[in-house]
Design a protein around this ligand. Structure first.
Ligand code: IPE
Ligand code: IPE
Ligand code: MG
Length: 242
């Protein structure tokens, strides 16, 4: 029995996902961690399709964190190569569903080959306005906020901004993708109850959905189940029930 999408009263505009558990998925099957990442790449494609079917406008996936640079060089290299080889399949899916791809994070830290391949898909899908797929790469929320603070300070020093006027909107306007609305739903796979430095500012009022399912097993149906759970949440934003 699948989830009936028609029965869902609210579809979040923006869903953010911490794709976790590739390594454990592989380990449980006696496979290499990279095999887990490969299977996880299939889940990204499935979620792109599912998001489009459900009418979600923005899907953001955490693909590589600033902390992930600490992993063994062979794993990092494998992940970067996998990203390059997966982009052909992603691009097909993006065109089929008219989805624009954007990247958030320290773009310059990525290997040149990866940047070039990403740029090709970014350019090829730049004309799609209704749906967006954001891939967080070498992303860390604390770095993002620190970089925003730097740019705000530069403006204040140049006399372009009055420090007394810095408010929440000023901070939001200086993050990586200021035009993107905050996620309403955060999904984390593989059961871990932490943010791991993902979107600290933007997730301030998001609903959290944590599932024990490992990322490679998270496909369309699991995505729809998360949307169903979101529909059961009572969002009060600090107020009281009417
Ligand atoms: C998520 O899976 C993918 C990345 C962080 C790149 P992991 O590689 O973290 O898998 P586990 O958590 O070790 O199972
Ligand atoms: C979070 O997963 C980062 C990504 C999914 C890219 P990690 O596996 O790196 O996070 P920790 O180590 O469990 O915090
Ligand atoms: Mg992990």
């Amino acid at each position: 029995m699948g989830v009936d999408l028609q029965s869902l009263a609210r579809i979040p505009r923006h869903v953010a996902i911490i794709m976790d558990g590739n390594g454990r998925w592989a380990q449980g099957r006696g496979l290499s961690r990279l095999e887990g990442h490969k299977e996880g790449a299939q889940s990204v494609r499935a979620v792109l399709r599912a998001g489009a079917r459900a009418g979600v406008e923005y899907v953001t996936v955490y693909a590589f964190s600033t902390e992930n640079w600490k992993r063994p060089p062979q794993e990092i290299d494998g992940l970067m190569k996998l990203l390059v080889s997966s982009l052909d399949a992603y691009e097909q899916e993006l065109h089929d569903n008219r989805i624009r791809m954007r990247v958030m994070g320290q773009f310059d830290r990525l290997p040149l080959l990866v940047r070039k391949r990403l740029q090709k898909t970014i350019d090829a899908t730049a004309g799609y306005a209704d749906r967006t797929f954001i891939i967080a790469l070498s992303y860390g929320a604390r770095t993002e906020i620190a970089e925003a603070a730097q740019r705000i300070a530069e403006k204040a020093r140049g006399g372009k901004l009055d420090p007394r006027k810095i408010d929440e909107q000023t901070i939001a306007d200086h993050l990586y993708l200021p035009d993107v609305p905050d996620p309403e739903l955060l999904i984390r796979t593989s059961g871990e109850m932490r943010l791991s430095n993902f979107l600290l500012w933007q997730l301030s009022y998001a609903e959290f959905y944590i599932t024990d399912t490992y990322w490679p097993d998270f496909r369309e149906e699991q995505f729809f189940q998360a949307l169903e759970a979101f529909n059961r949440r009572d969002r009060r934003y600090g107020g009281v029930k009417p």
